[in-house]
Design a protein around this ligand. Structure first.
Ligand SMILES: Cc1cc2nc3c(=O)[nH]c(=O)nc-3n(C[C@H](O)[C@H](O)[C@H](O)COP(=O)(O)OP(=O)(O)OC[C@H]3O[C@@H](n4cnc5c(N)ncnc54)[C@H](O)[C@@H]3O)c2cc1C
Length: 457
């Protein structure tokens, strides 16, 4: 019997397994597919390694940096060459206001200069400074906060697209506390959101010149390769867990097509729609709550152009607000964003389509998606060239949606598991943060809980 079995080999499961491995715990990781990494995947396009999904991680949250340190990768990490993004608004690409925090403007002159808002939208945003306190008590949505304080235009043209670029979600239905805790914290200082963000930035004394993101010049997949190398034989690929049962003498038996695996404790890190059926017979409450978490699907199209055919974009890329009706939601101009992708003869663009409530791209053929995105790139950014090579990556049900009340739902899942299935823990992107640092942090916390259970149980 292993001490701990980890279900799922994305960044969360790999971090759980690494933490246990470093603590000399007998750990095994069962991964359903033929590779580890989950939503992290890097592959060659025109001879260069380019990410098919996550390409950067926040450095303010230390967990991913600490993992890179453990894997001896820190010296290789790079920061984006530019973070200046634009947004499609009023029929043109306009620079995002410089003085904004997660899309929330905190300087009205800077907001006016960006040209993103109409005169009426600017006047409505300014009302925030004089309106009284009007905060609801319960966990509200991001949209509710932004619309009541700063108006619809700030929401539809700034905050919504910016946050949508992170979770492909609808910020009107995104929990402020669970989905964007940094914004919840920044909004808590003063009834005026503008003043509150100003105060928050003063108090946190953030160095504006410090890099916000890091990435690896050979792609995020390098971090997965290093984890796999470290864990080696602890990982079993092509082993989908299809069921589990409690052993009368303690511990759990997990079933896979290759046969049963026994463990004193189990950490489930697969997406919640895959975790839910495993727990249906053991904890109907947890199983139902897991099934209730929605996911958005995205299609990622990476395009490689001959540098001679295309004029480099002035910035790291651009966002398209959902109300514009375009298929494209964002374009990351990867060779402008990353110096290592901009040095060679090829210009790389990573274009995304699809968000919660818009599955059009998932129902279109690859050819049709590419044709439509190229047409939109021509309208929006004047790209008229034909790509030398195109790669289409589908990410069905990939980004968990944190609805208002999300943190209570997660706490309910954890309580139900503690009562109904002692020794079984569930975590990952759908729980307390979907960014890579949050996944690493959650993987470590779950590892410590499982280790303690296995040692005492
Ligand atoms: C397109 C895209 C771009 C992104 N960009 C960024 C970014 O730039 N920066 C950032 O910080 N975050 C980004 N994210 C978010 C981040 O990459 C993910 O939230 C994170 O990688 C999820 O990791 P995870 O281990 O929790 O889950 P997953 O990666 O989903 O891993 C779960 C694993 O469980 C396996 N599994 C499923 N069912 C079973 C079963 N029954 N038995 C065994 N195994 C099973 C799956 O095959 C998978 O390998 C992006 C996400 C997407 C989709």
């Amino acid at each position: 019997m292993a001490d701990v079995v980890v279900v799922g080999g994305g960044i969360t499961g790999l971090t759980t397994a690494l933490t246990l491995f470093h603590n000399d715990v007998d750990v095994r990781l069962l991964e359903a597919s033929d590779r580890v990494g989950g939503k992290i995947l890097t592959s060659y396009l025109r001879g260069t390694l380019v990410d098919e999904a996550a390409d950067a991680f926040l450095v303010r949250e230390p967990h991913m940096l600490e993992l890179c340190e453990q894997l001896n990768l820190t010296q290789d990490l790079v920061s984006p060459a530019t973070g200046a993004a634009k947004i499609w608004s009023q029929g043109a690409l306009r620079p995002l206001p410089k003085k904004q925090f997660l899309g929330v403007p905190f300087d009205l002159d800077d907001l006016a200069a960006s040209g993103v808002l109409s005169e009426a939208g600017l006047a409505r945003a300014a009302e925030d400074l004089t309106m009284g306190a009007d905060a609801p008590r319960a966990d509200e949505s991001v949209g509710s906060l932004i619309r009541r304080r700063l108006g619809d235009e700030v929401m539809d043209r700034l905050v919504g697209p910016l946050l949508g670029g992170i979770n492909a979600g609808d910020a009107d239905n995104l929990s402020l506390q669970g989905g964007v805790p940094r914004l919840a914290e920044a909004a808590a200082h003063d009834p005026s959101l503008i003043r509150s963000v100003q105060l928050h930035l003063q108090q946190t004394k953030r160095d504006p010149s410090a890099p916000i993101f890091n990435g690896h010049p050979n792609g995020t997949g390098q971090i997965i390769d290093a984890l796999q190398e470290r864990l080696k034989t602890r990982i079993a690929l092509n082993q989908p867990v299809t069921g589990m049962e409690a052993n009368p003498a303690g511990g759990w038996t997990l079933h896979t097509p290759a046969g049963p695996t026994n463990a004193k404790a189990v950490v489930i890190t697969c997406p919640t729609f895959a975790a839910s059926p495993l727990l249906a017979d053991h904890s109907p409450t947890a199983s139902q709550a897991l099934a209730d978490i929605d996911y958005a699907s995205v299609t990622f199209v990476t395009m490689a152009f001959d540098k001679a055919d295309i004029q480099r974009f002035d910035g790291s890329g651009f966002l398209i607000p959902r109300g514009e009706g375009l298929l494209m939601t964002a374009c990351s101009w990867a060779s402008a964003k990353w110096a290592h992708l901009g040095d060679g003869p090829t210009e790389y663009l990573r274009v995304s389509a699809g968000h919660s409530g818009d599955d059009r791209a998932m129902h279109m053929s690859d050819e049709d998606v590419v044709a439509q995105l190229l047409e939109e790139l021509s309208w929006v950014a004047g790209v008229e060239a034909t790509p030398l090579e195109v790669r289409v990556t589908r990410w069905p049900r990939a980004l968990p949606q944190y609805r208002p009340g999300h943190l209570e739902r997660v706490a309910g899942i954890e309580e139900a598991l503690a009562t109904d299935t002692p020794g079984v823990f569930a975590t990952g992107a759908a729980f307390r943060g979907l960014g890579l640092p949050a996944c690493v942090q959650q993987g470590r916390i779950a590892a410590h809980a499982a280790e303690a259970f296995a040692a005492g149980g």
